[in-house]
Design a protein around this ligand. Structure first.
Ligand SMILES: Cc1ncc(COP(=O)(O)O)c(C=O)c1O
Length: 430
Protein backbone atom coordinates (compact mmCIF):
# COMPACT_ATOMS: atom_id res chain seq x y z
CA UNK A 1 0.00 0.00 0.00
CA UNK A 2 1.28 3.44 -0.85
CA UNK A 3 1.78 5.81 2.04
CA UNK A 4 1.31 9.49 1.36
CA UNK A 5 5.06 9.98 1.53
CA UNK A 6 5.86 7.20 -0.91
CA UNK A 7 3.13 8.51 -3.21
CA UNK A 8 4.73 11.95 -3.26
CA UNK A 9 8.11 10.40 -3.99
CA UNK A 10 6.56 8.31 -6.73
CA UNK A 11 4.69 11.11 -8.42
CA UNK A 12 7.48 13.63 -8.11
CA UNK A 13 10.08 11.37 -9.66
CA UNK A 14 9.78 8.49 -12.08
CA UNK A 15 6.05 8.24 -11.38
CA UNK A 16 5.44 11.74 -12.66
CA UNK A 17 7.15 10.81 -15.90
CA UNK A 18 4.97 7.74 -16.08
CA UNK A 19 1.87 9.88 -15.57
CA UNK A 20 2.99 12.32 -18.23
CA UNK A 21 3.41 9.41 -20.63
CA UNK A 22 -0.34 8.83 -20.39
CA UNK A 23 -0.92 11.81 -22.57
CA UNK A 24 -3.47 10.24 -24.85
CA UNK A 25 -6.29 12.51 -23.70
CA UNK A 26 -8.60 9.72 -22.62
CA UNK A 27 -9.95 8.08 -19.51
CA UNK A 28 -6.62 6.17 -19.46
CA UNK A 29 -4.96 9.23 -18.06
CA UNK A 30 -7.45 9.52 -15.22
CA UNK A 31 -7.23 5.82 -14.49
CA UNK A 32 -3.43 5.93 -14.52
CA UNK A 33 -3.43 8.83 -12.08
CA UNK A 34 -5.87 6.85 -9.95
CA UNK A 35 -3.57 3.84 -9.88
CA UNK A 36 -0.84 6.01 -8.42
CA UNK A 37 -3.02 7.06 -5.50
CA UNK A 38 -4.51 3.67 -4.73
CA UNK A 39 -4.56 3.16 -0.99
CA UNK A 40 -4.01 6.84 -0.25
CA UNK A 41 -6.74 8.35 1.92
CA UNK A 42 -9.15 10.56 -0.10
CA UNK A 43 -8.41 13.49 2.23
CA UNK A 44 -4.71 13.21 1.30
CA UNK A 45 -5.41 12.89 -2.41
CA UNK A 46 -7.65 15.97 -2.12
CA UNK A 47 -4.55 18.07 -1.46
CA UNK A 48 -2.35 16.42 -4.06
CA UNK A 49 -1.94 18.82 -6.96
CA UNK A 50 -0.02 16.34 -9.12
CA UNK A 51 -3.08 14.06 -9.13
CA UNK A 52 -5.57 16.87 -9.83
CA UNK A 53 -3.36 18.28 -12.56
CA UNK A 54 -4.17 15.13 -14.54
CA UNK A 55 -7.89 15.69 -14.03
CA UNK A 56 -7.66 19.39 -14.95
CA UNK A 57 -5.96 18.47 -18.21
CA UNK A 58 -8.82 16.16 -19.18
CA UNK A 59 -11.02 19.17 -20.03
CA UNK A 60 -11.02 21.62 -22.94
CA UNK A 61 -11.86 24.83 -21.09
CA UNK A 62 -11.62 28.53 -21.60
CA UNK A 63 -9.06 29.29 -18.90
CA UNK A 64 -9.32 33.04 -19.54
CA UNK A 65 -12.39 32.88 -17.34
CA UNK A 66 -12.78 31.33 -13.90
CA UNK A 67 -15.98 29.34 -13.87
CA UNK A 68 -17.29 29.05 -10.33
CA UNK A 69 -20.83 28.33 -11.48
CA UNK A 70 -20.64 24.59 -11.90
CA UNK A 71 -23.97 24.41 -10.13
CA UNK A 72 -25.59 25.65 -13.35
CA UNK A 73 -24.33 23.02 -15.73
CA UNK A 74 -20.85 21.69 -16.31
CA UNK A 75 -18.44 21.20 -19.17
CA UNK A 76 -17.89 17.54 -20.00
CA UNK A 77 -14.37 16.12 -20.01
CA UNK A 78 -12.92 15.85 -23.50
CA UNK A 79 -13.49 12.10 -23.66
CA UNK A 80 -17.22 12.54 -22.97
CA UNK A 81 -17.62 15.37 -25.44
CA UNK A 82 -15.83 13.36 -28.09
CA UNK A 83 -18.19 10.44 -27.51
CA UNK A 84 -21.13 12.80 -27.91
CA UNK A 85 -19.77 14.15 -31.20
CA UNK A 86 -18.92 10.65 -32.43
CA UNK A 87 -22.45 9.43 -31.77
CA UNK A 88 -23.88 12.47 -33.52
CA UNK A 89 -21.70 11.77 -36.56
CA UNK A 90 -22.74 8.15 -36.62
CA UNK A 91 -26.41 9.11 -36.28
CA UNK A 92 -26.25 11.52 -39.16
CA UNK A 93 -25.24 8.86 -41.68
CA UNK A 94 -28.80 7.51 -41.78
CA UNK A 95 -30.56 8.34 -38.50
CA UNK A 96 -33.39 5.88 -39.07
CA UNK A 97 -30.80 3.12 -39.15
CA UNK A 98 -27.69 4.29 -37.32
CA UNK A 99 -29.46 6.21 -34.58
CA UNK A 100 -32.61 4.14 -34.09
CA UNK A 101 -31.24 0.69 -34.74
CA UNK A 102 -27.56 0.88 -33.76
CA UNK A 103 -27.30 3.52 -31.03
CA UNK A 104 -30.70 3.76 -29.37
CA UNK A 105 -30.86 0.16 -28.06
CA UNK A 106 -27.65 0.82 -26.12
CA UNK A 107 -29.60 3.08 -23.79
CA UNK A 108 -30.13 -0.13 -21.86
CA UNK A 109 -26.41 -0.29 -20.97
CA UNK A 110 -26.63 3.26 -19.71
CA UNK A 111 -29.72 2.41 -17.65
CA UNK A 112 -27.96 -0.58 -16.06
CA UNK A 113 -24.84 1.39 -15.21
CA UNK A 114 -26.72 4.38 -13.80
CA UNK A 115 -28.89 2.06 -11.72
CA UNK A 116 -25.80 0.28 -10.37
CA UNK A 117 -24.23 3.61 -9.48
CA UNK A 118 -27.41 4.93 -7.82
CA UNK A 119 -28.13 1.59 -6.17
CA UNK A 120 -31.56 0.72 -7.58
CA UNK A 121 -32.93 -1.86 -10.00
CA UNK A 122 -32.51 -0.92 -13.67
CA UNK A 123 -36.28 -1.40 -14.04
CA UNK A 124 -36.83 1.53 -11.65
CA UNK A 125 -34.75 4.08 -13.57
CA UNK A 126 -35.84 6.18 -16.57
CA UNK A 127 -33.39 8.35 -18.48
CA UNK A 128 -34.65 11.90 -18.92
CA UNK A 129 -33.33 15.12 -20.41
CA UNK A 130 -32.76 16.84 -17.08
CA UNK A 131 -33.89 16.97 -13.46
CA UNK A 132 -36.80 19.26 -14.33
CA UNK A 133 -38.31 16.66 -16.62
CA UNK A 134 -37.67 13.86 -14.12
CA UNK A 135 -39.24 15.76 -11.23
CA UNK A 136 -42.15 17.06 -13.30
CA UNK A 137 -43.02 13.50 -14.32
CA UNK A 138 -43.47 12.77 -10.61
CA UNK A 139 -45.09 16.10 -9.76
CA UNK A 140 -47.64 16.02 -12.58
CA UNK A 141 -48.05 12.24 -12.77
CA UNK A 142 -49.37 11.60 -9.25
CA UNK A 143 -53.17 11.65 -8.97
CA UNK A 144 -54.22 14.44 -6.60
CA UNK A 145 -57.62 15.98 -6.02
CA UNK A 146 -58.75 19.43 -4.88
CA UNK A 147 -57.86 20.00 -1.24
CA UNK A 148 -54.95 17.52 -1.18
CA UNK A 149 -51.84 19.08 0.30
CA UNK A 150 -48.29 19.10 -1.02
CA UNK A 151 -45.59 20.09 1.45
CA UNK A 152 -42.29 21.61 0.34
CA UNK A 153 -39.86 24.36 1.38
CA UNK A 154 -39.49 27.95 0.28
CA UNK A 155 -35.90 27.11 -0.77
CA UNK A 156 -36.86 24.48 -3.29
CA UNK A 157 -36.06 25.05 -6.96
CA UNK A 158 -38.15 27.74 -8.67
CA UNK A 159 -39.28 25.61 -11.60
CA UNK A 160 -40.38 22.81 -9.30
CA UNK A 161 -42.35 25.27 -7.16
CA UNK A 162 -43.89 26.73 -10.34
CA UNK A 163 -44.94 23.21 -11.32
CA UNK A 164 -46.80 22.76 -8.02
CA UNK A 165 -48.29 26.25 -8.30
CA UNK A 166 -49.70 25.27 -11.69
CA UNK A 167 -51.39 22.27 -10.03
CA UNK A 168 -52.77 24.66 -7.44
CA UNK A 169 -54.35 26.71 -10.24
CA UNK A 170 -55.39 23.75 -12.32
CA UNK A 171 -56.42 21.10 -9.80
CA UNK A 172 -57.14 23.09 -6.65
CA UNK A 173 -54.49 21.35 -4.53
CA UNK A 174 -52.94 23.23 -1.63
CA UNK A 175 -49.20 23.99 -1.56
CA UNK A 176 -47.55 24.54 1.82
CA UNK A 177 -43.98 25.90 1.93
CA UNK A 178 -41.94 25.75 5.11
CA UNK A 179 -39.02 28.04 5.85
CA UNK A 180 -35.70 27.09 7.47
CA UNK A 181 -32.73 29.18 8.59
CA UNK A 182 -29.42 29.32 6.70
CA UNK A 183 -27.40 27.64 7.92
CA UNK A 184 -29.91 25.50 9.82
CA UNK A 185 -29.44 24.73 13.50
CA UNK A 186 -29.08 20.99 12.91
CA UNK A 187 -30.19 18.10 10.72
CA UNK A 188 -32.88 17.36 13.32
CA UNK A 189 -34.16 20.90 12.98
CA UNK A 190 -34.63 20.41 9.23
CA UNK A 191 -36.40 17.13 9.77
CA UNK A 192 -38.62 18.49 12.54
CA UNK A 193 -39.69 21.46 10.45
CA UNK A 194 -40.84 19.24 7.57
CA UNK A 195 -42.36 16.43 9.60
CA UNK A 196 -44.03 18.92 11.93
CA UNK A 197 -45.81 20.55 8.97
CA UNK A 198 -47.41 17.31 7.72
CA UNK A 199 -51.19 17.18 8.19
CA UNK A 200 -53.73 14.42 7.59
CA UNK A 201 -54.36 16.03 4.17
CA UNK A 202 -50.67 15.93 3.09
CA UNK A 203 -50.27 13.54 0.17
CA UNK A 204 -46.83 14.49 -1.11
CA UNK A 205 -43.66 15.79 0.53
CA UNK A 206 -41.20 17.34 -1.97
CA UNK A 207 -37.77 18.60 -0.90
CA UNK A 208 -34.15 18.85 -2.02
CA UNK A 209 -31.48 16.29 -1.27
CA UNK A 210 -29.12 19.29 -1.46
CA UNK A 211 -30.34 22.80 -2.15
CA UNK A 212 -29.04 24.81 -5.06
CA UNK A 213 -29.13 28.04 -3.02
CA UNK A 214 -26.70 27.32 -0.20
CA UNK A 215 -25.74 23.67 -0.79
CA UNK A 216 -27.53 22.45 2.34
CA UNK A 217 -27.81 18.65 2.46
CA UNK A 218 -31.02 17.28 3.99
CA UNK A 219 -31.44 14.25 6.30
CA UNK A 220 -33.35 12.52 3.53
CA UNK A 221 -33.81 9.08 5.07
CA UNK A 222 -34.99 10.39 8.41
CA UNK A 223 -37.62 12.50 6.66
CA UNK A 224 -38.70 9.91 4.09
CA UNK A 225 -39.04 7.11 6.64
CA UNK A 226 -41.33 9.21 8.79
CA UNK A 227 -43.35 10.36 5.77
CA UNK A 228 -43.81 6.72 4.71
CA UNK A 229 -45.06 5.80 8.18
CA UNK A 230 -47.71 8.48 7.69
CA UNK A 231 -48.65 7.35 4.18
CA UNK A 232 -47.12 10.42 2.47
CA UNK A 233 -45.27 10.02 -0.84
CA UNK A 234 -41.81 11.59 -1.06
CA UNK A 235 -40.33 13.29 -4.11
CA UNK A 236 -36.66 14.15 -3.59
CA UNK A 237 -34.99 16.72 -5.82
CA UNK A 238 -31.50 15.33 -6.30
CA UNK A 239 -30.54 17.69 -9.15
CA UNK A 240 -27.29 18.57 -7.39
CA UNK A 241 -26.61 15.35 -5.54
CA UNK A 242 -25.80 12.58 -8.02
CA UNK A 243 -22.03 12.11 -8.53
CA UNK A 244 -21.36 15.00 -6.14
CA UNK A 245 -20.96 13.11 -2.85
CA UNK A 246 -21.36 9.43 -1.89
CA UNK A 247 -24.78 7.87 -1.21
CA UNK A 248 -27.01 5.09 -2.49
CA UNK A 249 -30.76 4.87 -3.04
CA UNK A 250 -31.03 2.80 0.13
CA UNK A 251 -29.63 5.78 2.09
CA UNK A 252 -32.59 7.87 0.91
CA UNK A 253 -35.74 5.77 1.17
CA UNK A 254 -37.73 8.08 -1.10
CA UNK A 255 -40.50 7.18 -3.55
CA UNK A 256 -39.39 9.34 -6.49
CA UNK A 257 -35.98 10.91 -7.19
CA UNK A 258 -34.93 13.20 -10.02
CA UNK A 259 -31.44 14.33 -10.91
CA UNK A 260 -29.51 16.09 -13.64
CA UNK A 261 -26.47 14.40 -15.13
CA UNK A 262 -25.11 17.54 -16.83
CA UNK A 263 -24.20 18.89 -13.42
CA UNK A 264 -21.90 16.80 -11.22
CA UNK A 265 -21.64 13.68 -13.40
CA UNK A 266 -20.27 15.89 -16.22
CA UNK A 267 -22.44 14.12 -18.80
CA UNK A 268 -23.59 15.94 -21.95
CA UNK A 269 -26.06 18.77 -21.55
CA UNK A 270 -29.59 17.43 -21.75
CA UNK A 271 -29.27 14.38 -19.51
CA UNK A 272 -30.89 13.32 -16.24
CA UNK A 273 -32.71 10.42 -14.65
CA UNK A 274 -35.85 9.61 -12.73
CA UNK A 275 -36.03 6.88 -10.10
CA UNK A 276 -39.48 5.52 -9.28
CA UNK A 277 -39.91 2.99 -6.48
CA UNK A 278 -41.10 -0.16 -8.24
CA UNK A 279 -44.54 -0.33 -6.60
CA UNK A 280 -45.36 3.23 -7.77
CA UNK A 281 -44.53 2.76 -11.47
CA UNK A 282 -48.01 1.56 -12.54
CA UNK A 283 -49.85 4.45 -10.87
CA UNK A 284 -47.54 7.25 -12.04
CA UNK A 285 -48.75 8.89 -15.27
CA UNK A 286 -46.00 9.77 -17.78
CA UNK A 287 -45.63 13.39 -18.83
CA UNK A 288 -45.80 12.42 -22.50
CA UNK A 289 -48.44 9.69 -22.76
CA UNK A 290 -47.55 6.06 -23.47
CA UNK A 291 -49.70 3.10 -24.53
CA UNK A 292 -51.57 1.11 -21.88
CA UNK A 293 -49.38 -1.92 -22.54
CA UNK A 294 -46.46 0.00 -21.00
CA UNK A 295 -48.21 0.82 -17.74
CA UNK A 296 -45.80 -1.23 -15.63
CA UNK A 297 -42.70 -0.41 -17.67
CA UNK A 298 -40.27 2.29 -16.47
CA UNK A 299 -39.61 3.05 -20.16
CA UNK A 300 -43.04 4.65 -20.44
CA UNK A 301 -41.41 7.79 -19.01
CA UNK A 302 -39.04 7.93 -21.98
CA UNK A 303 -41.78 8.20 -24.66
CA UNK A 304 -40.69 11.69 -25.70
CA UNK A 305 -40.67 11.30 -29.47
CA UNK A 306 -37.64 11.63 -31.70
CA UNK A 307 -34.55 12.75 -29.82
CA UNK A 308 -30.77 12.39 -30.14
CA UNK A 309 -29.39 9.07 -28.92
CA UNK A 310 -25.94 10.69 -28.65
CA UNK A 311 -26.69 12.56 -25.43
CA UNK A 312 -27.93 9.64 -23.39
CA UNK A 313 -25.39 7.17 -24.76
CA UNK A 314 -22.47 9.45 -23.90
CA UNK A 315 -23.59 9.22 -20.25
CA UNK A 316 -21.72 5.89 -20.27
CA UNK A 317 -18.44 7.70 -20.95
CA UNK A 318 -19.18 10.20 -18.17
CA UNK A 319 -19.76 7.33 -15.75
CA UNK A 320 -16.41 5.81 -16.69
CA UNK A 321 -14.66 9.13 -16.15
CA UNK A 322 -16.45 9.60 -12.84
CA UNK A 323 -15.60 6.10 -11.64
CA UNK A 324 -11.98 6.69 -12.69
CA UNK A 325 -11.75 9.42 -10.07
CA UNK A 326 -14.04 7.74 -7.54
CA UNK A 327 -16.76 9.46 -5.57
CA UNK A 328 -14.80 9.50 -2.30
CA UNK A 329 -11.83 11.28 -3.86
CA UNK A 330 -14.05 13.60 -5.84
CA UNK A 331 -16.17 14.74 -2.88
CA UNK A 332 -13.04 15.14 -0.73
CA UNK A 333 -11.48 17.38 -3.39
CA UNK A 334 -14.67 19.42 -3.83
CA UNK A 335 -14.84 20.03 -0.08
CA UNK A 336 -11.14 20.87 -0.05
CA UNK A 337 -11.64 23.53 -2.74
CA UNK A 338 -14.77 24.92 -1.05
CA UNK A 339 -13.07 25.05 2.34
CA UNK A 340 -10.02 26.79 0.90
CA UNK A 341 -12.00 29.91 -0.02
CA UNK A 342 -14.66 29.65 2.70
CA UNK A 343 -12.32 29.41 5.69
CA UNK A 344 -10.17 32.24 4.32
CA UNK A 345 -13.14 34.53 3.68
CA UNK A 346 -14.92 33.47 6.87
CA UNK A 347 -12.15 35.21 8.83
CA UNK A 348 -13.14 38.60 7.38
CA UNK A 349 -15.39 40.74 9.58
CA UNK A 350 -17.78 41.72 6.74
CA UNK A 351 -18.19 38.23 5.33
CA UNK A 352 -21.14 35.93 6.13
CA UNK A 353 -20.95 32.29 5.09
CA UNK A 354 -24.49 30.95 4.68
CA UNK A 355 -23.37 27.34 4.27
CA UNK A 356 -22.60 24.99 7.15
CA UNK A 357 -19.11 23.68 6.31
CA UNK A 358 -19.55 20.42 8.23
CA UNK A 359 -19.13 17.61 5.65
CA UNK A 360 -22.45 16.08 6.72
CA UNK A 361 -24.17 19.35 5.74
CA UNK A 362 -22.50 20.34 2.48
CA UNK A 363 -19.93 19.57 -0.21
CA UNK A 364 -18.85 21.70 -3.19
CA UNK A 365 -21.53 24.38 -2.98
CA UNK A 366 -21.01 27.41 -0.76
CA UNK A 367 -22.91 30.65 -0.35
CA UNK A 368 -21.13 33.81 0.82
CA UNK A 369 -22.29 37.35 1.41
CA UNK A 370 -20.35 40.56 1.96
CA UNK A 371 -22.46 42.56 4.44
CA UNK A 372 -23.61 45.87 3.03
CA UNK A 373 -22.77 45.04 -0.61
CA UNK A 374 -25.68 44.13 -2.90
CA UNK A 375 -24.99 40.62 -4.17
CA UNK A 376 -25.96 41.43 -7.78
CA UNK A 377 -23.40 44.24 -7.92
CA UNK A 378 -20.78 42.07 -6.24
CA UNK A 379 -21.20 39.32 -8.83
CA UNK A 380 -21.08 41.89 -11.64
CA UNK A 381 -17.80 43.24 -10.25
CA UNK A 382 -16.27 39.76 -10.01
CA UNK A 383 -17.01 39.31 -13.68
CA UNK A 384 -16.01 42.76 -14.92
CA UNK A 385 -12.73 43.00 -13.08
CA UNK A 386 -11.60 39.40 -12.64
CA UNK A 387 -13.61 37.41 -15.22
CA UNK A 388 -14.95 35.20 -12.44
CA UNK A 389 -18.37 33.65 -13.00
CA UNK A 390 -20.48 33.06 -9.90
CA UNK A 391 -24.23 33.18 -9.26
CA UNK A 392 -26.12 35.78 -7.25
CA UNK A 393 -28.70 34.20 -4.95
CA UNK A 394 -31.26 36.68 -3.72
CA UNK A 395 -33.86 34.93 -1.57
CA UNK A 396 -36.58 36.66 0.43
CA UNK A 397 -34.79 35.66 3.66
CA UNK A 398 -31.08 36.08 2.78
CA UNK A 399 -28.70 36.74 -0.11
CA UNK A 400 -25.21 35.76 -1.15
CA UNK A 401 -22.95 34.60 -3.97
CA UNK A 402 -23.22 30.90 -4.79
CA UNK A 403 -19.78 29.49 -5.49
CA UNK A 404 -19.39 26.08 -7.11
CA UNK A 405 -15.94 24.84 -8.16
CA UNK A 406 -15.42 21.53 -9.91
CA UNK A 407 -12.75 18.85 -10.25
CA UNK A 408 -11.05 20.90 -12.96
CA UNK A 409 -10.82 24.04 -10.81
CA UNK A 410 -7.25 25.01 -9.88
CA UNK A 411 -6.04 26.34 -6.53
CA UNK A 412 -4.93 29.48 -8.33
CA UNK A 413 -8.51 30.09 -9.45
CA UNK A 414 -9.86 29.56 -5.94
CA UNK A 415 -7.24 31.91 -4.50
CA UNK A 416 -7.95 34.56 -7.10
CA UNK A 417 -11.63 34.46 -6.15
CA UNK A 418 -10.82 34.68 -2.43
CA UNK A 419 -8.43 37.59 -3.07
CA UNK A 420 -11.04 39.44 -5.15
CA UNK A 421 -13.66 39.00 -2.43
CA UNK A 422 -11.24 40.21 0.26
CA UNK A 423 -10.47 43.27 -1.81
CA UNK A 424 -14.17 44.08 -2.24
CA UNK A 425 -14.88 43.38 1.44
CA UNK A 426 -12.08 45.78 2.47
CA UNK A 427 -12.47 48.55 -0.09
CA UNK A 428 -16.09 48.25 -1.21
CA UNK A 429 -17.18 48.65 -4.83
CA UNK A 430 -16.14 52.29 -5.31
C1 LIG B 1 -32.41 22.09 -6.91
C2 LIG B 1 -32.64 22.03 -8.39
N1 LIG B 1 -33.66 21.30 -8.86
C3 LIG B 1 -33.90 21.19 -10.17
C4 LIG B 1 -33.10 21.82 -11.09
C5 LIG B 1 -33.41 21.69 -12.55
O1 LIG B 1 -32.32 21.09 -13.20
P1 LIG B 1 -32.28 21.09 -14.79
O2 LIG B 1 -32.20 22.52 -15.22
O3 LIG B 1 -31.09 20.30 -15.12
O4 LIG B 1 -33.55 20.48 -15.23
C6 LIG B 1 -32.03 22.59 -10.66
C7 LIG B 1 -31.16 23.30 -11.61
O5 LIG B 1 -30.26 24.02 -11.29
C8 LIG B 1 -31.79 22.68 -9.27
O6 LIG B 1 -30.77 23.41 -8.80
Amino acid sequence: MLTRRSFIQTTSGAGAAALAAFSDRGVDRVLAAGRHVEGVAPADVAADESYWREIQQAFTLDRTITNLNNGGCCPSPRVVHEALKRYLDISNQAPVYHMWQILEPNIESVRRRLAASFGCDAEELAITRNASEALQIAQLGIDLKAGDEVLTTNQDYGRMLDTWEQRVRRDGIKLVKVSFPVPPKSMDDLSTRLIGALTPRTKVLHFCHITNLTGQIFPVKQICDEARRRGVRTIVDGAHAFAHFPYKASDLGCDYYGTSLHKWLLAPIGTGFLYVRREHIPSLWPLTPAGASRTNDIRKFEEIGTHPAANHNAIAEALTFHEGIGIERKSARLRYLRNRWATRLGAHARVRIHTNLDPAHSCAIGNVQIAGIPTGKLVARLWERWRIIATPIVHAEYEGVRVTPNVYTTLEEIDMFAGAMEEIASKGLA
